[in-house]
Design a protein. Structure first.
Length: 749
């Protein structure tokens, strides 16, 4: 059993470049010892029946017409005629032979088999293996022992029926169920009787388990790099460790070398896991430089409650992600995290220490367009966080204590240390139908900046201190009534008004440095928080009330079917603390937030959020998404995202059957403001009885003014490739791109 929850990056069959490589097994330290899967009871009787029986009972018995020979519960054969030699315990049979041996089924013309040793042969056989559901035909099968057989000039397929859509044909196939290993000589894979792939050797697992060897080559094409060919070699180090090595030919770049290693295990202290990938392209044809990308992550328990880990990413240059990435998320990644951390947790407190910095990759167009320039964040060298808290103490009080000590480092900006301490206490009163929670908290901070010319010029001093108290009261009511709306038969509708009051006195913080603070995104979560900033460098003054109304529709089993939300914040004083300004914000109320999410019916799902400014009577932002899913492998998605003076994007995506076996897949993401295609995908899938073919083309933005268009195809042979197929991984592309997409032939896990 694999330790990995997802399918490994391997395929069930590993094609070798030579007979020697084909026979390469898992390293000795990781191999399983041969296991006696097929065990014959030596005392089991041999029972024979036929219409005519003759011969010498103690030497040789001849059987004619409707011959049936059985040995215990493991072997049963039928034939037209047979001769049983009692001394040798051997059977020779001819004519319409069928045999069931340890669950495997055979037919043939001539059989010779020793009932004790399991050694023998079968001519012109067909076979159907119990493990893996493989089947085929051959010129001959030699039975070496109960666990091992050799197929001569045979075929293999997992397709049903006598004329499979795909099959492989090999000069020799050695099948060893005891070691769960199959090896073969010269092998060719046929699809619709057309040879599509050949190899001088083959090695595979009979049960479908992971195994070392060459994987099927993966061709592809991209508008930026031209033709590509990936030839991976998979190393099954152990059940919980594997390594994939690959050269990749890129027409316009050169030969890229790569490796991906994964591991998962357990020590006395607990679990550990990690993954590291390295890509290296020596002497890129276009840039004339060596280029690379490294990603590594690790998590491990050192003792009870104590863990450590790292997350490291590094690239050789600014353009590496947009030159070689295959997804929008990776192509537009501009801040590469490097972090080493350790955590210690108990029931009541936790301690975290970390060092963290970023490699910032600038958009290649930032030279001519400063708005594209990415500002480098501060490094944290180190940052130590402490949290403690208990609930329901001292007659119902909750308390917590948070502190953070951080050293902020930057190559061009002011540097220094910051200590933040935030104690708080609350008294929740929760009763059927209502709740009220008063809370008192204090945010105290101390800064010690480096004493240098930059600090003196900008601040004039190196020390800052601040203590800001906050009082808040959160309260709400819950009303319920029976309802059948939105399909919630026998369900309940709730009406939940909520008020959240916050008071924080003003403290002048305009001269404080800003290491990690920004304006919080205004949303339904943020309006129920005490501070309007994210980070600890600014504590916003507040005298405000948030009013919200929530209505939920619950099914009879308590499952939420639909939720409607309304929220707005009311200000009783000016907001004087600002990030980059000393001018107070004077407004009596915030924008209105409206949200609706859930299942409107059994086939329609909606998710929406609207931010509306009642003072200007203008829409500030909106997000709408609608999904129609009337049945399996039928999904249609619509979405629209709008931010005033920023963007307005529309998106449509779908998976839909075009016929009984043909499916269409597509996605379009379009900027209505820029009149530009952000991402596009068009694809087709055809499902055969034992195979799936996918093809498609994808276009996505890699930088502010550049795009990439990869073209891919995938032939997935059921039972042969463990869901990965021969060709680029279109299944992964469709799954990540189309919400609600369902694989026609889900991969074996």
């Amino acid at each position: 059993m694999s330790w990995f929850s997802a399918s490994p990056p391997s395929q069930r069959w590993a094609f070798a470049l030579s007979a020697l490589v084909a026979a390469t097994a898992v390293p000795a330290h990781a191999q399983k010892a041969p296991r006696p899967v097929h065990v014959e009871d030596p005392d089991a009787p041999t029972v024979m029946t036929a219409e005519s029986i003759s011969g010498r009972p103690e030497r040789e018995i001849n059987l004619d017409n409707n011959v049936v020979i059985e040995r215990g519960t493991t072997t049963k054969m039928t034939s037209d005629t047979a001769c049983y030699k009692q001394v040798e315990n051997e059977v020779e049979a001819e004519g319409r032979i069928t045999m069931r041996r340890f669950g495997d089924q055979y037919t043939g013309d001539l059989l010779k088999l020793n009932m004790d040793t399991g050694k023998g042969f079968l001519l012109n056989p067909t076979y159907h293996f119990e493990v893996g559901n493989g089947r085929g035909k051959a010129e001959r099968v030699d039975f070496i022992n109960p666990d091992e057989a050799t197929v001569i000039d045979g075929t293999y397929s997992t397709c049903e029926g006598p004329n499979p859509d795909w099959y492989l044909k090999s000069s020799t196939l050695n099948l060893d169920s005891g070691r769960d290993v199959g090896t073969g000589g010269k092998t060719i894979i046929y699809f619709k009787d057309v040879p599509i792939l050949g190899a001088p050797g083959i090695s595979f697992s009979l049960s479908g388990a992971r195994r070392s060897g060459w994987l099927a080559p993966t061709p592809g094409f991209a508008s930026k790099n031209g033709f590509e060919l990936l030839v991976p070699y998979y190393v099954n180090i152990a059940p919980n460790r594997d390594l994939t090595l690959y050269p990749k030919y890129i027409q316009r770049r050169g030969i890229q070398l790569g490796a991906v290693g994964r591991y998962l295990g357990e020590t006395d202290a607990g679990l550990y896991s990690g993954e590291t990938s390295i890509d290296y392209l020596p002497n890129d044809k276009q840039t004339k430089t060596d280029r690379y990308m490294i990603k590594s992550r690790h998590e491990q328990a050192l003792a009870k409650g104590w863990t450590y880990g790292w997350d490291v990413r590094d690239a050789s240059d600014n353009n590496y992600p947009n030159d070689f990435s295959k997804t929008v998320a990776n192509a537009t990644e501009r801040q590469l995290l490097r972090e080493l951390r350790t955590d210690y947790r108990t029931e009541d407190w936790s301690l975290t220490a970390r060092v963290q910095n970023y490699q910032v990759l600038q958009d290649p167009d930032a030279v001519t367009d400063p708005s594209l320039f990415v500002t480098r964040p501060y490094d944290r060298l180190p940052s130590i966080n402490f949290h403690a808290g208990k609930y329901d103490v001292w007659g119902g009080f909750d308390w917590s204590f948070d502190s953070e000590l951080t050293r902020f480092v930057h190559p061009t900006l002011v540097q220094g240390n910051r200590l933040v301490v935030v104690p708080q206490v609350s008294f929740p009163i929760v009763r059927p139908g209502y709740f009220i929670t008063p809370k008192l908290m204090l945010n105290a901070s101390a800064y010690q900046l480096d004493n240098n010319a930059t600090t003196q010029a900008q601040f004039g001093t190196t020390s800052f201190n601040r203590a800001v108290p906050t009082i808040s009261v959160d309260s709400g009511l819950v009303f319920e009534r029976d309802s059948n709306l939105f399909g919630a038969k026998g369900g309940t509708q709730t009406l939940e008004p909520r008020l959240f009051y916050v008071y924080t006195p003003y403290r002048n913080q305009s001269q404080f440095p800003n290491f990690d603070t920004a304006d919080a995104t205004f949303n339904l979560t943020q309006i129920f928080t005490e501070n309007r900033f994210v980070g600890s460098d600014r504590i916003g003054d507040a005298n405000q009330m948030t009013a919200a109304l929530v209505s939920r529709f619950l099914q009879a089993d308590g499952t939420e079917r639909m939720r409607l939300t309304f929220g707005q914040r009311f200000y009783f004083a000016d907001q004087r603390v600002q990030l980059n300004s000393t001018t107070p914000v004077n407004q009596s109320r915030s924008d209105i937030l409206l949200a609706a999410t859930g299942r409107v019916s059994e086939t329609w799902t909606v998710d929406s959020l609207v931010q509306y400014n009642p003072s200007d009577s203008q829409l500030v932002s909106s997000t709408y998404s609608l999904q129609y899913q009337p049945g399996p492998k039928k999904v249609l998605n619509f979405s629209n995202r709008f931010q005033r003076d920023s963007f307005r994007n529309a998106e449509v995506s779908s998976q839909w059957p075009l016929s009984d076996r043909l499916y269409g897949v597509g996605r379009v993401s379009y900027s209505l403001l820029d009149r530009r295609l952000l991402e596009g995908l068009v694809g087709l899938e055809y499902k055969g009885d034992c195979w799936v073919f996918r093809m498609g083309a994808q276009r996505f933005v890699t930088s502010a003014r550049k795009s990439s268009t990869p073209i891919f195809f995938q032939l997935e042979l059921t039972g042969l490739s463990n869901g990965l197929g021969l060709g680029a991984n279109g299944l992964e592309t469709f799954t990540k791109t189309i919400p609600g997409y369902q694989a026609l032939n889900p991969p074996v896990r």
